[in-house]
Design a protein. Structure first.
Length: 398
């Protein structure tokens, strides 16, 4: 049992209400005595607190608990309809949407093909409407293949070809005005990292690096439990990282095929494995075929294993550069390349990384299922909304 805090009556009410709401969110539904025990509040205080929370629409009665020793007790739970959050994953080809209530339960979802001839706000509004939110949205979090530069308000690290209609002045104010609520635009790989931190491979680490390896490369840095975005919003854009042996931005232009991306992005891996006798129509199937071939004992298996070791060493070169600066305890590999490479690729990358660095960060594969960008966007949106409801709104009301 946690002892109650002390302070002014209004501040104490707000603190206790926030504490009770978090207990209900994590442990509910609960009876009034259970809430009192878990928060350290007396029965009269818990009774008054629940009455205020019910009046505010944040808590609802959930029936009677019977069949246990003692008198029957009324059960309380978080009102799931107190707020709704929308998550969007926007790519060049489609917009995927999920709607969640305050408890995190998915209440609607839809995927809409991109229609780039329509204005940006209209496209987003159509996708949201198709997911049929149960009520007004309190916050929208949008994941994109880029990052908003807080110094300019513009979307960076993406071209008009990547995301048509997104490179406009005052992007966030435009979206907020057009969609009628608070809107956050976040880098998609950053959102994947938030999902891994909350529900996946990084739940036990406060300092970790996530590498998304697919057609393109991206990274996310979590330091001291917090996502690090950087001064210009581009922390983790490792696809542009200069890497020995390949062209740089000076050679290929700002958005050219250079750096770490040219070394171990999807097309580079596809071409590399072909030189080791692995024939496949794309990098994903090439990696899958190489893993299967490597299980054998013939010459082709030896070649496949050599190709996989080279892919791993290329991945490790970039990770070693990041690890030498950030010094993480964990590296999480995700995206199409690690998914196809599985445990064999993970082990090879970890061995190569430990050979290159003084520290020895653990390397894990992603532990998420479904769309990790949407999962991270919901995590971010719900965290902010719960803070507003559990703390700010209650404090202002007191």
């Amino acid at each position: 049992m946690k002892p109650p805090l002390h302070g002014t009556p209004s501040l104490m009410r707000a603190i206790n209400e926030g504490r009770a709401l978090r207990v209900l969110l994590e442990r509910g539904p609960l009876t009034r005595p259970e809430i009192g025990e878990l928060t350290g509040l007396s029965k009269p205080t818990a009774f008054q607190l629940l009455a205020r929370l019910q009046e505010a629409g944040l808590v609802v009665a959930d029936g009677i608990r019977a069949g246990q020793p003692g008198p029957t007790a009324e059960i309380y739970r978080i009102n799931p309809d107190a707020a709704y959050v929308a998550a969007l994953d926007v790519t060049h080809d489609r917009i995927s949407v999920q709607i969640a209530d305050l408890t995190g339960t998915i209440r609607g979802e839809h995927t809409l093909p991109q229609t780039t001839q329509d204005p940006l706000v209209d496209r987003l509004a159509a996708a949201l409407a198709a997911a049929t939110p149960p009520g007004p949205l309190r916050r929208i979090v949008i994941g994109v293949q880029g990052a908003v530069d807080p110094t300019t308000g513009l979307l960076s690290y993406a071209t008009d070809e990547d995301l048509p209609g997104w490179r406009i002045p005052d992007l966030l104010p435009t979206l907020r005005a057009g969609l009628g609520t608070e809107v956050d635009v976040e880098n998609d790989v950053n959102l994947v990292a938030l999902a891994e931190q909350a529900h996946g491979a990084a739940t036990d680490h406060s300092d970790f690096v996530l590498l998304w390896a697919d057609e393109g490369l991206g990274s996310a840095l979590v330091i001291g439990g917090r996502l690090h975005r950087g001064f210009f919003g581009g922390a983790g854009e490792v696809g542009y990282m200069p890497t020995p042996g390949v062209a740089t931005a000076r050679d290929g232009g700002r958005f050219g095929h250079h750096g770490y991306q040219a070394l171990v992005g999807g097309p580079a891996v596809h071409a590399l494995l072909r030189t080791y006798g692995v024939e496949a129509p794309d990098f994903h199937r090439a990696m899958t075929a190489a893993i299967e071939m490597a299980q054998g004992t013939d010459r082709a298996a030896e070649e496949a294993r050599a190709g996989l070791r080279l892919v791993a060493s290329r991945l490790a070169v970039g990770l070693a550069a990041i690890a030498s600066v950030v010094d993480p305890g964990l590296v999480v590999l995700t995206g199409g390349l690690p998914a196809a490479g599985g445990e064999l690729l993970r082990d090879l990358v970890e061995r190569e990384l430990h050979a290159l660095t003084h520290s020895r960060p653990q390397v894990r594969l992603s532990a998420l299922e479904g769309n990790p960008v949407l999962a991270g966007a919901l995590e971010l949106g719900l965290t902010v909304v719960r803070e507003e409801l559990f703390e700010g709104v209650l404090i202002s009301r007191s």
